[in-house]
Design a protein around this ligand. Structure first.
Ligand SMILES: CC(=O)N[C@H]1[C@@H](OP(=O)(O)OP(=O)(O)OC[C@H]2O[C@@H](n3ccc(=O)[nH]c3=O)[C@H](O)[C@@H]2O)O[C@H](CO)[C@@H](O)[C@@H]1O
Ligand SMILES: C=C(OP(=O)(O)O)C(=O)O
Length: 433
């Protein structure tokens, strides 16, 4: 099994490069379904397993996909006839495959996509995606684990989202680009990744106004065309390295980190006594000798991001005093903490909050990742634990972090990734008595 092995106690010092954002590139790859002329050329694409999965979904739909891994470029061509069906094997691997639903429906008037299930962090329904598409005239049926949607042509509509869902905003926004008439979506998600998607769609010829605010106004057009676009930096990867520096009394320049995208994280880190300095090409993080406790509540953007919650709890656990974290976006995102119990962390979970009394004296153990950010948080905890921490189930980590252990090692962490294919249990020799 593959493992990351960390020996704690090193200060992180130096510079780290941040990749393009996973959560921006996935819907933008799906947007390649929309243009009927020209190629979509994407730069600054992170070479993550989720990107390979989305590219395979698109290939299955008959989109031509070319990848230049060295230059982090992906070229997509959907000018041939494309197909309307996305099977379960892709959706099961990556929930974000559901964002092909809106573009397929807009382009073909027909989409059949396997119903995504929940995952380790929550139940994750898609009712808001479907309600929005129905309001635009789609007929939706569910059968054999699939959602099938059909329409002659989507019609502009007024849609109010009960919750500012990121995926629902993306699906409905992409669908509305080719609808007849104007669509107004209220209470939409305002994440930087939504703005990046709207920017690339507008370059393609769409007419979207209001990205980054609570209301989107989309005037449908007849056709879209291929363009060139560079993906924004990953604020969650940047935030993870910012936490790593703050945690280890480090001094790290997180290159490409955008302060505007990480305001709530920066505010909490400063309250904890961590220095965050804006420099020309990124953010410099200087960790203190002693972290102060702080209370945090996750919220949709511009609130504190749920995708930084597990990493934040490691800082809080190491702070001197009592901290609280309340998770309001997903109902089950404390799985990493159960693993941390085995490393001596002191906390109690009360409903959707966790109360942590620090500073913990973490002791290394073998711990298993349960989801992407849990994996990152467990590696972070290993950086400040005594002895050796081994983190398994790295498939989760690879969904969203490119060469995570190599980047940490370059900053001075005592860390390696191994594949101990030999299971020593089978080698125990029982003596003859
Ligand atoms: C690929 C990607 O960009 N993933 C991000 C996206 O996921 P995703 O787009 O799945 O997240 P949403 O914003 O849709 O979900 C947030 C909450 O709304 C609920 N909900 C959502 C849709 C719906 O139709 N009905 C409903 O009840 C979900 O169960 C969840 O509790 O935003 C999340 C919230 O910032 C992030 O954690 C994920 O990293
Ligand atoms: C939850 C996440 O991603 P996804 O929505 O793809 O599961 C994440 O990036 O932390």
């Amino acid at each position: 099994m593959e493992k990351i092995i960390v020996r704690g106690g090193k200060r992180l010092v130096g510079e780290v490069e941040i990749e393009g954002a996973k959560n921006a590139v996935l819907p933008i790859l799906a947007a390649s379904i929309l243009p009927t002329s020209g190629r979509l050329v994407l730069h600054n694409v992170p070479m993550l397993s989720d990107v390979y999965t989305m590219n395979n979904v698109l290939r299955f739909l008959n989109v031509q996909v070319g990848m230049d891994e060295v230059n982090k470029t992906v070229v997509l061509d959907a000018t041939n006839d494309i197909s309307y069906e996305t099977p379960f094997k892709y959706v099961a691997k990556m929930r974000a495959s559901i964002v092909v639903l809106g573009p397929l429906l807009a382009r073909l008037g027909h989409a059949k996509v396997a119903m995504p299930g929940g995952c380790a962090i929550g139940t994750r329904p898609i009712d808001l995606h479907l309600k929005g598409l129905e309001a635009m005239g789609a007929k939706i049926s569910r059968h054999d684990g699939y959602i099938e949607a059909t329409v002659d042509r989507l019609q502009g509509a007024n849609i109010y989202l009960d919750f500012p869902s990121v995926g629902a905003t993306q699906n409905i926004m992409m669908a509305a680009t080719l609808a007849k008439g104007t669509t107004v979506i209220e209470n939409v998600a305002r994440e930087p990744e939504i703005v990046d998607l709207a920017n690339v769609l507008n370059k393609m010829g769409a007419k979207i106004k209001g990205a980054g605010t609570e209301t989107l106004k989309i005037e449908g057009v007849e056709e879209l065309y291929g363009v060139e676009h560079s993906i924004i930096q990953d604020r969650i990867e940047a935030g993870t390295f910012m936490v790593a520096a703050g945690l280890t009394q480090g001094n790290v320049l997180v290159k490409g980190a955008i302060a505007e995208h990480n305001k709530p994280l920066i505010s909490k880190m400063k309250q904890m006594g961590i220095k965050v300095q804006e420099e020309e090409n990124g953010l410099r993080i200087i960790g203190p000798k002693e972290l102060k406790p702080v209370n945090v509540k996750t919220l949709p953007h511009p609130g504190f991001p749920t995708d930084m919650q597990p990493q934040m709890t490691i800082l809080q656990i190491m702070a001197n005093g009592t901290s609280m974290l309340t998770e309001t976006v997903f109902e089950n995102r404390f799985m990493h903490l159960e693993e941390l119990r085995r490393m001596n962390a002191n906390f109690r979970i009360e409903g959707n909050s966790v109360v942590m009394v620090g500073p913990a004296k973490l002791n290394g153990a073998e711990v298993a990742a349960t989801d992407l950010r849990a994996a990152a948080a467990l590696v972070l905890s290993g950086l400040v634990a005594e002895n050796i921490t081994q983190v398994t189930h790295l498939d989760y980590l690879d969904r969203g972090y490119y060469k995570f252990h190599e980047k940490l090692a370059k900053l001075g962490a005592d860390i390696k990734r191994i594949n101990d294919v030999v299971d020593t249990e089978y080698q125990i020799k029982t003596p003859v008595v």
